[in-house]
Design a protein. Structure first.
Length: 232
């Protein structure tokens, strides 16, 4: 039987999902609350990981060790690096990688963790397609793209930095947890997908846009997740 781990970095990214689930138990570990129960008939564990790569990776490991999840969905918001992705649109991961890892002096590619054997982490193709189909169903006015998530412990809000990330990593969106969720899932052999609703353009306007659009963007992503879990 499937048990789906659903991770959001912030409360607003998981509160809608928690309000719709039948909760059977709550467990506390590493400062996180893990809500166990069912959502749309699917067995789920929903958790707010906290912001950043370390929090996200710890969260994945707890889901793997303590809850034996069979799939992981990471829902949330991100800044757009793709001109075709407007605020409110959805980016679904094909791959994820870090933009703040640099061991190039030893011959590794930018973003590649030394000795890991891969630079980027591929999402599960079936989960990505389910996410796209669900988005078209429940968010019909939004544009959904399957592409590359790039992650680092930085909120990207500078046009020059954005340009460099596009040039160097060819990312479609930038955020702070996805690649760590992907990394942890990859090491634990758990199928995963990252879903990001666009909250800002990751440039000099991001400081103004993000507070205005983050809540609506997070709800778009959560609506998609609530629909797709029924098909896993």
């Amino acid at each position: 039987m499937s048990r789906i781990g659903i991770i959001g970095a912030m409360e607003l990214e998981v509160d809608k999902l928690k309000s719709e689930m039948d909760i059977s138990g709550i467990a506390n570990k590493a400062g996180m609350e893990f809500f166990q129960g069912t959502l749309q008939g699917a067995e789920v564990v929903i958790v707010r990981s906290g912001i950043g790569k370390v929090n996200a990776a710890l969260c994945v490991q707890i889901l793997a060790d303590d809850f034996q999840v069979t799939h992981i969905i990471n829902t949330g918001v991100a800044g757009s690096l793709n001109a075709k992705l407007d605020i409110g649109d959805i980016l679904i991961s094909k791959t994820a990688l870090y933009h703040d890892v640099d061991a190039t002096i030893f011959g590794y590619l930018p973003g590649e963790v030394p000795q890991l054997g891969t630079r980027e982490f591929p999402a599960d193709e079936r989960l990505a397609q389910l996410a796209k189909s669900s988005c078209e169903k429940v968010n019909p006015g939004l544009h959904a793209v399957i592409g590359r998530v790039i992650s680092g412990d930085q909120f990207i809000s500078d046009g020059a930095v954005k340009k460099r990330l596009i040039s160097e990593f060819h990312g479609d969106c930038a955020e702070m947890e996805g690649a760590a969720v992907a990394h942890g899932s990859y090491l634990n052999h758990i199928p995963f997908v990252i879903i990001r609703a666009i909250s800002d353009k990751a440039d000099n306007s991001a400081q103004v846009e993000y507070p205005v659009f983050e809540k609506a963007a997070a709800h778009h992503s959560a609506r998609l997740v609530a629909d797709m879990v029924r098909s896993i």
